[in-house]
Write a protein that binds this ligand. Structure first.
Ligand code: UDP
Ligand code: MG
Length: 305
């Protein structure tokens, strides 16, 4: 029988743990898999860990890891995967029941059909606030224009991944982890399931606009050379100023002294930014080297070794 690990990051989720377990259990019963839970308590300050320990008293399939301090959901997911490297498959899901457990059945079915990743997408964002929706739209369009690998909009950190994919995720050594980017980067045969937005019933979201912005910018930075755009734009602007200074001098709008100052400053700016572009380019190349991301991930082979 194949093994399945349910990985659940949880930060200050008191009141959510038992309801989460009760909601998920029916979808694991009578399935052809041997399932266990791994709660990753991300340094909660409330009774989350106690509630997980209580649950473990009821069911020894419930395991936990507890962080010494709040280290972020990405670190929690990574720790969960690291501890699940020997599992045939893992499902990562939130503890607040915003990731509907009924999808587990379909995930298992698709995995049986041979899909190594069964990920999820939220079919509408209409229940989210205006700013969050606008930010998401802007972020995805910007990301997909500039990133190394395109990322689908509205994907959630709710997914089933096969053992090969668990290993691929762990092989990605990124310190600033961005699971949605990693999900796109690793490839593998995948299938998307859609679900309608579900409101949180207990507690509140741990994300605010500032945290989301930081997370998004860091994710974009991890998967693109986006900051090269800054010296490019400044050099183009400086070039345009240099050209306009010639035009306005010829039209007698400025005197020779002003013209020379404007022209030399803009040329200097342009040259500095071209130099900056190359320095950044070298830094980005070095980053690729030092990151040591795998060059490829093998999905199938006829070789034994
Ligand atoms: N979470 C975490 N560490 C954090 C923030 C959140 O482990 O620093 C967990 C949280 O307990 C929940 C999941 O990540 O299980 C998603 O968090 P949240 O519901 O706040 O995010 P949202 O659903 O609003 O995107
Ligand atoms: Mg949530």
């Amino acid at each position: 029988m194949q093994t399945l690990r349910i990985i659940v990051p949880a930060y200050n989720e008191s009141g959510c743990i038992k309801p989460f377990y009760d909601a998920v259990e029916p979808f694991l019963k009578n399935k052809n898999v041997s399932s266990t839970y791994l709660f990753v308590d991300d340094g909660s300050k409330d009774s989350t860990l106690d509630e997980i320990k209580e649950l473990r008293k009821l069911d020894k399939r419930v395991n936990y890891i507890s962080f010494s301090r709040n280290s972020g959901k990405e670190a929690a997911m990574y720790a969960g995967l690291k501890a699940s490297i020997n599992q045939d498959m893992a499902i990562i899901m939130d503890s607040d029941l915003q990731h509907p457990p009924y999808l587990i059945e379909e995930m298992l079915k698709k995995h049986e059909e041979g899909y190594k990743i069964v990920y999820t997408k939220q079919s509408s964002r209409k229940n989210e606030g205006f700013f969050r929706r606008a930010w998401a739209k802007l972020f995805y369009s910007f990301f997909n224009k500039h990133a190394d690998v395109p990322m689908e909009q509205s994907t959630k950190d709710y997914m089933l991944i096969d053992n090969d994919v668990i290993k691929a995720f762990l092989d990605m050594p990124d310190e600033y982890r961005f699971t949605k980017g990693i999900l796109s980067f690793v490839g593998f045969k995948r299938y998307a399931l859609e679900f309608e937005y579900v409101d949180r019933t207990v507690g509140k979201s741990k994300w605010n606009f500032k945290k989301l912005l930081k997370y998004g910018v860091s994710g974009l930075n991890q998967f693109s050379d986006i900051f090269l755009v800054v010296p490019t734009i400044v050099s183009i602007l400086s070039f345009l100023v240099a050209v306009s200074s010639v035009v306005i001098f010829c039209l007698n709008i400025i005197n020779l002294e002003a013209f020379l100052i404007l022209l030399s400053t803009s040329i200097l700016f342009m040259l500095t930014n071209i130099t900056l572009y190359f320095i950044l380019y070298v830094l980005y190349s070095n980053r690729r080297e030092t990151m040591k991301r795998p060059l490829y991930f093998i999905e199938e082979t006829s070789l034994d070794e």
